[in-house]
Design a protein around this ligand. Structure first.
Ligand SMILES: [Zn+2]
Ligand SMILES: [Zn+2]
Length: 374
């Protein structure tokens, strides 16, 4: 287990952000070099990697997924493995998740599947919501398209090693949305000669956050940025933009909210004689857990003697693993990182090494239970 902790610390020292995970992928390749995977796919959806371990007989293909990327946030926790890259840190614990999948790779190498196949997927760019999409759109994904997919995320605020479960939606879907308004500049002495989007912007800032009330399930619209004209005091503003994050527990509700925003904003813009454009970034699908996989994950936790909590409400944050739930039965569960652990994306956060063994144990047990069923 010591060498796994060592690996985690090395990954932590050299974080790479979304779409730049070349050296990280290289380190993972080196780790797997001696494990004898039956198939290795490199540069999957960018920097992604997949290692396939095949059984002797035909059977289900299971996929276990982790993330390669770190965050553009400074690692503020002094330790012997503190980030050596200024302004970048593994502050979501993806270093830990990768190490867990490496540990699972070792177990599979020692104890090959009897039947079916196990795919270990190292996915790029989770934090931007681009990675899962890029993996699924890579033509080589067809060779590893799974019958079931699993992933875990460590969860600060929950007791260390506790397994956090939910049937149905586990984490919300969300999208970043930017509304751009284009009017016409004019001399600030003659604002009536131009089209200044200030009033339209103010109206949208007031009205849009109310729209989630018109959606039946949970939905939320949070304003995150606004811009009007520029700091030129002789000029009446000619353009504006408003950015927001939309989220919902149900994919249809999320799409309904997007439509409502478009409708309302178009109306406001047209009234003011403004041109309007919409942009979307960082779109995450709802992460939906398959009810039939629930007892398997639950039994795995039981067999390991771990405490289990069924979360009454889905998480409001998003995980791009949600896209996998649109193509096959999938299950995402949480692993408590301790009540005193700083929250994810905080500068002082550091993945608890104790979770490596628990995470490997959970995935090995899930794999064993499914093999037994076949
Ligand atoms: Zn994160
Ligand atoms: Zn994460």
């Amino acid at each position: 287990m010591n060498h796994l902790i060592q690996l985690r610390h090395t990954l932590h020292q050299f974080p790479e952000i979304a779409q730049e995970e070349h050296n990280t992928a290289q380190k993972i390749m080196e780790f797997f070099a001696s494990l004898g995977a039956d198939r290795t796919i490199q540069n999957l959806g960018g920097t992604g990697l997949a290692f396939v371990f095949k059984g002797k007989k035909a059977g289900k293909r299971l996929l276990f997924r982790c993330e390669l990327d770190a965050l553009p946030i400074e690692d503020l926790k002094p330790s012997d493995h503190q980030s050596q890259i200024p302004g970048k840190g593994h502050l979501c614990g993806h270093d830990g998740h990768m190490t867990i999948i490496c540990g699972l790779g070792e177990k599979l190498s020692q104890n090959r599947p009897e039947s079916g196949e196990v795919v270990l997927l190292f996915q790029p760019a989770e934090e931007t919501g681009d990675g899962a999409k890029a993996i699924l759109e890579d033509p080589r994904f067809e060779e590893i398209r799974p019958d079931a997919a699993f992933a875990l995320h460590n969860l600060p605020g929950y007791p260390l090693h506790q397994v956090v479960m939910r049937k149905g939606t586990f984490a919300a879907g969300s999208t970043g949305m930017t509304i751009s308004l284009t009017g016409k500049t004019s001399h600030s002495a003659h604002p009536e000669a131009g089209i200044n989007p200030a009033q339209a912007l103010a109206s949208l800032m007031q009205k849009l956050p109310e729209l989630p009330k018109e959606v039946s399930g949970f939905a939320l619209l949070t304003l995150i940025h606004a811009e009007l004209g520029s700091l030129a005091f002789g000029t009446s503003a000619g353009r504006a933009s408003l950015s927001m994050t939309l989220r919902a527990y149900d994919q249809n509700d999320l799409e309904k909210l997007i439509d409502l925003v478009k409708e309302k904003a178009t109306l406001v813009a047209e009234k003011a004689g403004l041109k309007i454009d919409f942009g979307f970034v960082e779109s995450f699908a709802v992460s939906k857990n398959d009810p039939e996989l629930y007892p398997i994950v639950e039994n795995a936790a039981r067999n390991l003697g771990l405490s289990i909590i069924e979360k009454p409400e889905p998480f409001r944050w998003s995980e791009d693993f949600g896209l996998f739930s649109q193509i096959c039965p999938s299950f995402l569960f949480g692993l408590g990182a301790g009540e005193d652990c700083p929250q994810l994306h905080e500068g002082t956060y550091d993945f608890p090494d104790e979770l490596i063994k628990t995470g490997v144990g959970m995935f090995v047990e899930i794999w064993r239970l499914i093999q037994k069923e076949e």
